[in-house]
Design a protein around this ligand. Structure first.
Ligand SMILES: Cc1cc2nc3c(=O)[nH]c(=O)nc-3n(C[C@H](O)[C@H](O)[C@H](O)COP(=O)(O)OP(=O)(O)OC[C@H]3O[C@@H](n4cnc5c(N)ncnc54)[C@H](O)[C@@H]3O)c2cc1C
Length: 388
């Protein structure tokens, strides 16, 4: 596979600090050396390359934006850029890191007790413990507040009943962050693997995010100690706070997927000969490549600005929605154009475009669908709630 050349039409590199560029470049090299050689076989087999998890831990990308507890404490932009590089490899790889860091380590760090932080975070940062985040249920996706999973207070424990669906990392997780109603309020619970009454099932036959584990979590009279409640948050703002962190990462990550397919389509267009000339010489092909670099440049600027707003404490969740929505759509459109440029070759997995395209059908749906994010931004600018 030829070496990846990252699009930077507007010299956006200049906007990053040395630390941010270094973090990005080291992950870029790791993805090229360790991940690209194995992704095709894992995508075919529908498996996650779990043997690479310790390497992710060593690079400091797990919970990279968190402070203390052996976490790297990276700046928001450096964190975003490493997710961009991971998703340049595959959205499944970025999903693994987002779930571990933003959806599992973040709530333990932010809503947990000191004992919970000490117990879980250093091992999670090292990749020795894997987490999953259980919010969605089969009948409650965009409307998680309707969840039916319940916790009941019973002496020195809580008893959980219900199930969660579409849960990334579920079957490989050592600990699940489970959102359930306790006396009508949504609360977060830590459920360790092996707890009696807790089981998982793999969701098979996916066309999308094949190199990522997606699962069902089932709780049948699952008794957990009271010490496993995340005490410092209640209500939907608990899970939504985590999702805001993860959506921030997706806004950067999807730029990486778009950069990957643009790079592939550009090279292909320069080398593929039809009518005795490279197809890059045809105006219609150039128009597609220009659309891609145009939208990638806008997506890079959105992500960069998002990061600077976050680092100066001015980030609103609707800012994240706008960037998540735009960049998922932009990356998916880039895949469709790239696949067109690749012609018939584009439908095989000898090229990465179709894999990215299939992955992005999940990414545009999970963590708030494209339309739900439109409604979040719409609510912010009009003051009118059209979601419910
Ligand atoms: C591969 C994968 C991994 C996932 N990982 C996780 C995970 O780790 N943890 C987790 O908790 N969840 C996870 N999810 C679930 C994901 O977050 C949900 O799929 C998502 O929230 C959408 O819910 P839904 O699929 O039930 O769709 P629905 O909510 O049923 O939506 C279906 C359609 O209706 C539209 N719609 C719904 N409500 C409205 C409205 N008010 N106005 C206008 N249109 C509306 C939607 O935009 C969409 O087009 C994952 C999903 C996938 C595919």
């Amino acid at each position: 596979m030829s070496e990846f050349k990252a699009a930077d039409f507007y010299q956006i590199d200049d906007l990053f600090t040395d630390e941010e560029r270094m973090a990005r470049d080291s992950v870029r090299e790791w993805v090229s050396a360790e991940f690209m050689p194995v992704i095709e076989e894992h995508n075919r087999a529908g498996t996650f390359p779990a043997d690479l998890i310790p390497g992710l831990g060593e690079m400091g990308v797990l919970g990279a934006s968190l402070e203390g507890y052996d976490c790297a404490g990276m700046s928001p932009v450096a964190y975003g850029l490493i997710l961009q590089e991971l998703e340049r490899g595959d959205s499944g790889l970025r999903s693994f890191v987002s779930v571990q860091g933003s959806l599992c380590m973040y709530p333990i760090h932010t809503y947990g007790t000191e004992e919970q932080r000490q117990k879980y975070l250093p091992k999670m940062a090292a990749g020795e413990l894997i987490g999953c985040f259980g919010l969605t249920e089969a009948d409650f996706g965009s409307d998680p507040g309707g969840m039916i999973t319940r916790a009941v207070d019973d002496g020195d424990s809580y008893v959980l009943n219900g199930s969660k669906f579409w849960i990334t990392n579920g079957c490989i997780a050592d600990v699940a962050i489970v959102w359930a109603k306790l006396d009508g309020d949504i609360r977060g619970f830590l459920v360790d693997k092996g707890t009696p009454g807790f089981s998982t099932n793999t969701i098979k036959n996916k066309f999308s995010l094949r190199a990522s584990v997606t699962s069902e979590l089932v709780f049948e009279d699952c008794r957990i100690p009271k010490a496993n409640l995340l005490p410092n948050v209640s209500g939907l703002k608990g899970p939504l706070g985590c999702l805001s962190q993860a959506r921030y990462g997706i806004a950067f990550g999807t730029v990486g997927a778009a950069m990957a397919v643009y790079d592939e389509a550009l090279r292909y267009a320069q080398n593929r000969i039809q009518f005795d000339r490279p197809i890059a010489r045809f105006q219609l092909v150039q128009n597609k490549l220009v659309w891609m670099v145009n939208e990638i440049t806008k997506g890079q600027m959105l992500a960069w600005r998002l990061g600077r707003l976050k680092e100066t404490g001015r980030l609103h969740h609707s800012h994240v929605s706008l960037a998540k929505r735009n960049n998922c759509w932009m990356a998916l459109e880039c895949c469709r154009l790239a696949r067109d440029i690749l012609g018939a070759n584009g439908i095989t997995d000898e090229y990465q475009t179709m894999r990215h395209m299939c992955n992005l059908e999940s990414v545009i749906t999970y963590e708030g669908t494209h339309d739900i994010h439109a409604l979040i931004v719409g609510r912010e600018i009009t003051g009118e709630n059209a979601i419910e």
